[in-house]
Structures are given as structure tokens and as C-alpha cells.
Write a protein that binds this ligand. Structure first.
Ligand SMILES: Cc1cc2nc3c(=O)[nH]c(=O)nc-3n(C[C@H](O)[C@H](O)[C@H](O)COP(=O)(O)OP(=O)(O)OC[C@H]3O[C@@H](n4cnc5c(N)ncnc54)[C@H](O)[C@@H]3O)c2cc1C
Length: 459
């Protein structure tokens, strides 16, 4: 029976985009279904000036549409197996790195030329961190910046739309397995031989439903909880000028938990993020000079891994975020000096401080929100960081809470990211295997190439 498409891709985030990009000249008929808008119609209201916080738009432009959750991101493509996902566990370390570099090449040729590639390799900070019980993770980082990242996506879309059918504002409701392929139910039914599911974090609930319907096993056990630190950019500039984003891990003395820096935004802004009505904190930075601020921000996160019988790791993270929303009406901000003195911050104390907050948050007391074990770990790490970046533990350093990094459940796939339903692949953050732009994109390329090989073999 003739099918509508050879390959249907669900989700136009980095995973789906790079699958489509790899398939576009294969001669295969490819369609992409996306719940959100095309790029030019995605408008995030946060501009860092008039609108600093997420106002929970109806369209959910931050997470959905061409470009996925990455469209308005800082566009930091980390080329590494040390963080950003465990794709290497499926496809091997070498292949994973090769594909991340391949993606980087495509980005550079589509508007990213001239952007900087930072690297930890040979950095003096490896030794300085080691001497202070910190570990600098190994990575090369292409920093596109929010503005160039958008331009790259625009260029990729212009090339793709000539060869691939896009269905925007068309969420897929259901996938049915047939004898020789799949029926994808969106605005109507479409048939295909192969199906690539790349629905990211915003599609996690749907992914859970589909996995259940198609008998695909899943597991969920991790959530990262912490705060966003904001300080004068000078304090971290020796690190950020050389490395841009330094991923540093500290093992706490008290509980032997790992605390890590995450999503560093030199001269950036702190923003809020609204996921299903729960307000958490995040950060942005900009490539263009006029949007830069005098502050640097980064998250300090503690990973919580739960074992049986507890299964709802994301629910645990949500409950803590809800508690901060209950006390602060949103995000809470506290001076580090107030936290260690065991007192809440007030408008007056924040105003008198030397760090001017880039986010309007409610002054309060994070010790009423974060579990002691997590808070102790964060405080220990701030003192450890103070040794490599003196001034981190200043009284006026601001801590915003809470930052929660939710992880998708892991969907069971084989080493080729293929599910028990042959021909159906789950890639990107929706698979639970990746948590980053570069890993998600690389997983898209890998599966596209694998499908092309299968098609060639079947001829
Ligand atoms: C504010 C922010 C900043 C970030 N900054 C960085 C960064 O600098 N570096 C980095 O490595 N990572 C960053 N990330 C994470 C990064 O964006 C993700 O890891 C990446 O986008 C994952 O790609 P993906 O394709 O798997 O999923 P997504 O990008 O989430 O895309 C999934 C797409 O699927 C669509 N979809 C969902 N369900 C359906 C359905 N049923 N039918 C049709 N379509 C559906 C969604 O609308 C979405 O467009 C950031 C994330 C955010 C939110």
C-alpha cells in the first residue's frame, strides 16, 4: 500500500530539525508535525527590558514551534560526552562526538560563522579547580547566543521547507502501529513507513501516554534542584572570558552529593520560566553588546536520584517549586549573606547591596523552601567556588530560587534509539537520553542516517 510519507517526524525542535535536515536530500518523502508555530510567528514576550518574566502566553512560544525549546535559548552547543545527555551509551562515545561536531559545522555554515568556540582543553583552570576540590568538566562550547541561534534556525528552515512538508499548529494526538508502518493521527490520519518522535520536554506527558499505548517501557528517577546565582560579572570574567560556560562539579563533604554549575550566562539576565503553572528560575544571555548587563548568572544544582518504590522524581521537584511560589508568589531572591546569617532578605537589604538584580523577585528566605541537604550542598559549593573566583561568597551575591531541572522519563530503546515497535524511534529530550541542543541534534542525525541505511538495505 502506498504511504503518505516514508518518514514522519513529530516535533520540530533540534532533534526533529536535524533528522529532517539529514533526510532532505535522500529522496525519501518526509513530513514534520509540530504542535507550535513556525519560527517567524513565535514571539517570546521576554525582551529583558520591558518584560523580564514569563507571562505564560497562550501559544507557549518559549517551548513550542520550529526550533523547539532551544529557539530562544542562549544557543550554547556543548560538544562533549561529559554532560548534556547519555547518547554515547547508545551510539558510542566516538560517534556521539563526531555527530555533535557535524551539527556544529551545519550551524556554522547557516549563520553561525564568526561565533566563538570555547574549550576547556589545556585550560589552566583544570588544575586550579582540582586544587580546590572542584572538577572542571571537559567540553568545547559553541556559543551562538540568542540572536544568532535564531538566525541559524531561520536559515535551516528556509532550506528545509523546499524539500520537507511542515504541518505547524498540528499536534499529533495518537500513533498507531500497522503491519508495515505507522498511522499518525493529527488534524487527520497520515501513514508512514518510519516514525521519529522528538517531542522534547513539553511533550513529556504525551510521550508517557504514547509509550503506554504502544507498550514501550519507561523509567523515571532523576530531578535536579537548586538556585540561580547572580553576581557582578567581574567575579567570573577570568573563567567566562576563556571558557564562556564552565561546568564545574563539587562533591560535598557532608553528604557526598554532587553539586554542579549549570547554564552560565555571562553578562546575562535572570528570567522566570512557567511550566504548567509552576514558576521556576532560569537565565539568558545575549550576543549583542547593547543587551549585555553587568551581571553573570548560573545555576547551582544538586541531582536527586530516587530508587524504588518512589517513582515521581519530577513531582518531588514540582512540590519544592510550588512551596517557593506559595511563599514568594513566584521566585524568591535572597542575599548569600542573609542566607548564612539565617535571616530573610528584604527589599531594603537587596537595594543596599552591590549586585543589582536583573529579575524582579520577592525577597525571602530560601531555607524555608529547600531541603537542608540541598541547601547545605549549595552553601558548601559557593565557598569552594570562592577559591577559584574570589567574591562568589560575598554577602551581596544573589540567590534566586528555585531552579529545577526536570528530566523526561527514559523511554526504552535499543542502541539505534529504535523502540520495540520496529520503525519507530524516540530521539532528543523526549527520549530521556539527551538534555541538550547538541545531543538532541546529534540523535536526530544518527536516526536519519540509520533509516537511510535500512531503506538502502531493503531495496
Ligand atoms: C530557556 C531555555 C534555555 C536553554 N538553553 C540551552 C543551551 O544554551 N544549551 C543547551 O544545550 N540546551 C539548552 N536548553 C535545552 C534545549 O533547548 C533542549 O535540550 C533541546 O531543545 C531539546 O531538543 P528536542 O528536539 O529534543 O526537544 P524540544 O526542543 O523541546 O522540541 C520538541 C518540539 O516538539 C513539539 N511537540 C511536543 N509534543 C508534540 C506533539 N504531540 N505533536 C507535535 N509536536 C509536538 C514541541 O512543540 C517542540 O517544538 C534550553 C532550554 C530552555 C527552555
Amino acid at each position: 500500500m502506498n504511504k503518505d510519507y516514508d518518514v514522519i517526524i513529530i516535533g520540530a525542535g533540534p532533534g526533529g530539525i536535524f533528522s529532517a535536515f539529514e533526510l532532505k536530500d535522500s529522496g525519501l518523502k518526509v513530513a514534520v508535525f509540530e504542535a507550535g508555530n513556525e519560527l517567524s510567528k513565535r514571539k517570546c514576550t521576554i525582551d529583558g527590558k520591558k518584560v523580564k518574566n514569563c507571562i505564560n502566553c497562550k501559544t507557549g512560544s518559549i517551548m513550542s514551534g520550529f526550533g523547539g525549546a532551544g529557539a530562544f535559548s542562549d544557543g550554547k552547543y556543548n560538544i562533549t560526552n561529559d554532560f548534556g545527555g547519555s547518547l554515547y551509551e547508545h551510539i558510542g562515545r566516538e560517534t556521539a562526538l563526531e555527530l555533535m561536531k557535524y551539527v556544529d559545522g551545519i550551524n556554522v555554515r547557516h549563520g553561525g560563522e564568526g561565533t566563538k568556540l570555547y574549550s576547556t582543553s589545556g585550560s589552566k583552570f583544570n588544575k586550579i579547580c582540582m586544587q580546590n576540590k572542584l572538577k572542571l568538566l571537559n567540553a568545547s562550547v559553541r556559543h551562538l547566543g540568542t540572536d544568532i541561534n535564531y538566525k541559524v534556525l531561520e536559515n535551516l528552515y528556509n532550506e528545509l521547507k523546499e524539500k520537507v512538508d511542515f504541518y505547524f499548529n498540528t499536534p499529533v494526538k495518537e500513533i498507531k502501529k500497522t503491519d508495515d508502518g505507522f498511522i499518525v493521527n493529527a488534524d487527520k490520519e497520515y501513514s508512514s513507513r518510519y516514525c521519529i518522535v522528538s517531542v522534547g520536554r513539553s511533550g513529556s506527558k504525551w510521550m508517557e501516554k504514547i509509550s503506554h499505548e504502544l507498550n514501550i517501557p519507561t523509567t523515571s528517577s532523576r530531578v535536579d534542584i537548586g538556585v540561580r546565582v547572580e553576581l557582578d560579572a567581574h567575579i567570573f570574567e577570568h573563567l567566562t572570558d576563556e571558557l564562556y560556560e564552565s561546568k564545574i562539579v563539587y562533591r560535598t563533604e557532608k553528604f557526598e552529593d554532587n553539586v554542579r554549575t549549570f547554564c552560565m550566562n555571562p553578562r546575562g539576565i535572570v528570567v522566570t520560566e512557567n511550566t504548567n503553572g509552576i514558576v521556576t528560575v532560569n537565565g539568558h544571555s545575549f550576543e549583542s553588546e547593547e543587551k549585555k548587563t553587568g551581571n553573570t548568572n548560573f545555576a547551582l544544582l544538586v541531582s536527586k536520584h530516587f530508587s524504588e518504590p518512589f517513582k515521581d522524581s519530577n513531582g518531588y521537584g514540582e512540590s519544592i517549586a510550588r512551596l517557593s511560589n506559595m511563599l514568594g508568589g513566584g521566585v524568591i531572591v535572597q542575599r548569600f549573606g542573609d542566607l548564612v546569617r539565617g535571616r530573610r532578605s528584604t527589599e531594603k537589604r537587596i537595594e543596599e547591596g552591590t549586585v543589582i538584580p536583573t529579575l524582579k523577585a520577592t525577597p525571602g528566605d530560601l531555607s524555608l523552601v529547600l531541603p537542608k541537604r540541598i541547601l547545605d550542598g549549595i552553601i558548601e559549593m559557593i565557598y569552594a567556588l570562592d577559591k577559584v573566583a574570589p567574591g562568589t561568597a560575598n554577602d551581596d551575591t544573589l540567590l534566586y530560587g528555585v531552579e529545577v531541572k526536570f528530566y523526561n522519563m527514559e523511554v526504552e530503546t535499543d542502541n539505534n534509539l529504535e523502540t520495540v515497535n520496529k520503525g519507530m524511534f524516540v530521539i532528543g529530550d523526549g527520549s530521556g537520553v539527551t538534555h541538550s541542543l547538541s545531543h538532541a541534534s546529534a540523535s536526530g542525525v544518527y536516526v536519519a542516517r540509520y533509516i537511510m541505511k535500512q531503506v538502502a538495505l531493503s531495496k
